[in-house]
Ligand binder design. Sequence first.
Ligand code: NAD
Length: 347
Amino acid sequence: MTANRPKRIEDLRKKDDLIVVTGAGGFIAGSLVRSFHDKGFTNIRAVDKKPLEAWYQKTPGVENLVLDVSFRDNCVRACEGAVEVYNLAADMGGMGFIERYRIECLRSVLINTHMIEAAQRAGADRYFFSSSACAYNVDLQKDTQSRALKETDAYPANAERGYGWEKLFSEIVCQEYSAERGLKTAIARFHNVYGPFGTWDGGREKAPAALSRKVIEAKDHGARAIEIWGDGTRTRSFMWIGDCVNGIDMIMHCDELIATPINLGSHELVSVNELLGIIEEIAGFKVARRYDLDAPKGVGGRNSDNTMIRSVLGWEPSTPLRTGMAKTYAWIEEQYALRKAGNKVVL
Ligand code: NAD
């Protein structure tokens, strides 16, 4: 799928250009930092508000700064000398978190407004913002078989309460910094990302990790049933972390996509029951389902329409869910065993 890929500016980047990544103590940004390092970039600044010992990944040779980027002065410090800024910091989690803590989600608006101003003032060339499929109009997602969402479906706006509205507003901020001040902004709407180093317990975890953990626990305790949020028929697509970091890099360096929100997600739609079926097969262990119909469950169905990303980049996230889940399950199982043995783990 690479034949029609347009010319990108990637080759113009120098390996020692300063790359700043916020949210780097978390799942996606931590993996992004590692991928830049593995591609040979030598000047990377990773920023997160969590104490260093709580970061999910720490990549050798990277400058790690513990800063809360909802404060202006910290953003100025974070962006000093930056050529590229990737802002992935946000207070977020799975449905259990974003339905319960809408104010915390909305307050992430401080992060993007201060970070983009600091990036532009520091003379950064490009700025990336991690938006979300939660920015889409929820009326289009009531049915489990709703059609896949295309980029224009964010308007007329009726985003997910709290989290989705913050993303939609911050997208507009990025678009205006491009229009008025010439900052090259890139905006990707992620659809559920999963993989190793993602949250798997504690209340912020998403369905692939939560279901994996529940199956591992059931297997360990000899339990026959696990609790499922909702009735199991809701549908989603899930993107492998490796596809996510590759997509971020391509979107950031495609001039056709400046200030243009674009889907970054898989097109492989599954129901919660089907996802659990995949996990059971990987685990070699079957569980009975106890459906909790009062638990947070989100929209009925959501999938990513990848027409735009295919046509502009000649690429789309395509790692099969079964392949990515086998690696994710193995990683969570390992973390579970380490924790059980009294070791400190990624959480
Ligand atoms: P994550 O929770 O693992 O990482 C986010 C990190 O941001 C955390 O380590 C947190 O400590 C940090 N952070 C929060 N507030 C901060 C602040 N004020 N200053 C500095 N650091 C701060 O989440 P993730 O899954 O890696 O998500 C990364 C980005 O992608 C977020 O913007 C999120 O909204 C977006 N996104 C993620 C998904 C997904 O499925 N994981 C889907 C859509 C969008």
